[in-house]
Design a protein around this ligand. Structure first.
Ligand code: NDP
Ligand code: MG
Length: 383
């Protein structure tokens, strides 16, 4: 067993809380150096009281005093407001691993800060690779000893690749559940409510990724994520709809053999695998009941139903910052849909409009990445 000191960013979210379940199950292997949240002070306070990290960070400065008043010990230093303080802490900390379970573009800088200071990153925040894959590429290698995926499809691929040289990969097959609207009549999609879109058939996740799963933007983001992680062209990454979410993804090898990784949907497995890699640890989880019939089915992606999927792939082909623009527009559109400002079917229109309107330079830097992201957000908010 390892002995690892963890910084968990976004510890109050769906991935963050499941990461802490893994920590609880392996207390001999982990220490918690830091926890962070945006505004959920109640859950963060419980976590601080239980795990006693060296440092905790709450994004909303107005909640700092409320959070402090709930803490039962003086071990933890509590910060707020200025993310550069937190990045500084990542740099100074003796933690070896950062679990990035932030949502959206805000996850990119912490990923880069952690990697550039020699920390290993267990990455749930796929947007880091979508927006800044080219800037993170120097840290990606075949051993996955710097940057390791938590996303279940990418973890599945990593598990299929164990013992296989990279040159024997012919293509990757990423599976998609198809979300709640896979079989809805197309002419009813303009009436989709927020509640219906948040009702994912197989996974219980944060609201942003749940809407991305309904539009299949999530799968587009995952193709881009796989492109950077496994260093393959998009033409070698196929997507197939598999509504049961039992096969989490597959690898086709040069001799035609196909390996898949299977299991009931449970994010604790890929989270734990990212932390135990290359070892496997026991995990108490539900198993497939093979005594009853189980049908696994596959179907191609319906591009008319899921325009966001196609837009994401086009973004990767368009320019260095194409995915950054697409991602910013999508984050704004999803937020607006969740606030009931726009109908569900407008999400893809806003992404397409923004991609057509915003042009960017090709010079790669963090500053221009952030400027392009901001410009796309401002435009998408006014559409
Ligand atoms: P959640 O919305 O459940 O959690 C997000 C976390 O990030 C919360 O702790 C939240 O704090 C914090 N946060 C949000 N915005 C900010 C901000 N601006 N600054 C600091 N902290 C912030 O998301 P998920 O856990 O579902 O997803 C996290 C990432 O993992 C996403 O990139 C998603 O795509 C990816 N992922 C998730 C999966 C899942 O099963 N959930 C599966 C595969 C990938 P607070 O609680 O205070 O708001
Ligand atoms: Mg996934």
């Amino acid at each position: 067993m390892k002995n690892s000191k963890l910084i968990i960013l976004g510890s109050t979210g769906s991935i963050g809380t499941q990461t802490l379940e893994i920590v609880r199950a392996h207390t001999d292997s982990f220490q918690v150096a830091a926890l962070s949240a945006h505004s959920n002070w109640k859950r963060l306070a419980q976590q601080i009281n239980e795990f006693k990290p060296d440092i905790a960070y709450i994004g909303e400065p107005g909640l700092l005093d409320t959070l402090k008043s709930q803490i039962s010990h003086s071990h933890t230093k509590i910060l707020s407001g200025n993310t550069s303080d937190f990045e500084e802490f990542i740099a100074q900390s003796d933690a070896d691993t950062v679990v990035n379970s932030l949502v959206g573009f805000s996850g990119f800088r912490p990923t880069l800060a952690a990697l550039s200071h020699g920390k290993k990153v267990a990455l749930a925040n796929k947007e880091s690779l979508v927006v800044g894959g080219a800037l993170l590429e120097p840290y990606i290698n075949e051993e996955f000893d710097n940057l390791i995926p938590i996303d279940s499809e990418h973890s599945a691929i990593l598990q299929c690749l164990a013992g296989e040289p990279a040159k024997s990969i012919k293509k990757l097959i990423i599976t998609a559940s198809g979300g709640p609207f896979r079989t809805w009549p197309l002419d009813k999609l303009d009436k989709v409510t927020v509640k219906e879109a948040l009702n994912h058939p197989n996974w219980n996740m944060g609201s942003k990724i749940t809407i991305d799963s309904a539009t299949m933007m999530n799968k587009g983001l995952e193709v881009i994520e796989a492109h950077w992680l496994f260093q393959l062209p998009v033409a070698s990454i196929e997507t197939v709809v598999h509504p049961q979410s039992i096969i989490h993804s597959m690898v086709v090898f040069t001799d035609g053999s196909i390996k898949s990784q299977m299991g009931l949907p449970d994010m604790r497995l890929p989270i734990q695998y990212a932390l135990s890699y290359p070892d496997r640890w026991p995990l108490c989880s539900k198993e497939i009941d093979w005594s009853v019939p189980l049908d696994l089915s596959f179907e191609p992606v319906d591009y008319e139903r899921f325009p966001c999927f196609k837009l994401a792939i086009e973004a990767l082909d368009s320019s260095v910052y194409g995915p950054t623009i697409m991602n910013a527009a999508n984050e704004v559109a999803v937020e607006r849909f969740l606030k009931e400002e726009i109908p569900y079917i407008r999400i893809s229109d806003i992404v397409a409009d923004c991609m057509a309107h915003i042009s960017s330079t090709d010079s790669l830097s963090i500053e221009s990445l952030e400027a392009v992201d901001q410009e796309a957000r401002v435009y998408a908010r006014h559409l």
